[in-house]
Design a protein. Sequence first.
Length: 95
Amino acid sequence: MLAHALGIWLAQIPNPHPEPPPGSERILGVLDNAKWGAGVSLMLGFFVGLIVWVGGRWVDHHRAGKVGIVMMLCAIGGAILYGIGWTLISSFAGG
């Protein structure tokens, strides 16, 4: 009986809404800029790798062609991690 009454009393305690800490807008702005820069770097790495691969094949330089392939694969792998990372971090942080 006492546990039931205590449970009802605890259920009536209000749950305040969270307030962001001061300065969080600037921190989020810096993180958004870093996220944007990472996306641009991945795209740039892919296209530079494509140019290196085409140039290596064009002049029949097999090592440059392999380096271009590795650059493109690294950019694709980074893009996959870039896309999955936000979802994983949000799911862990959100509960």
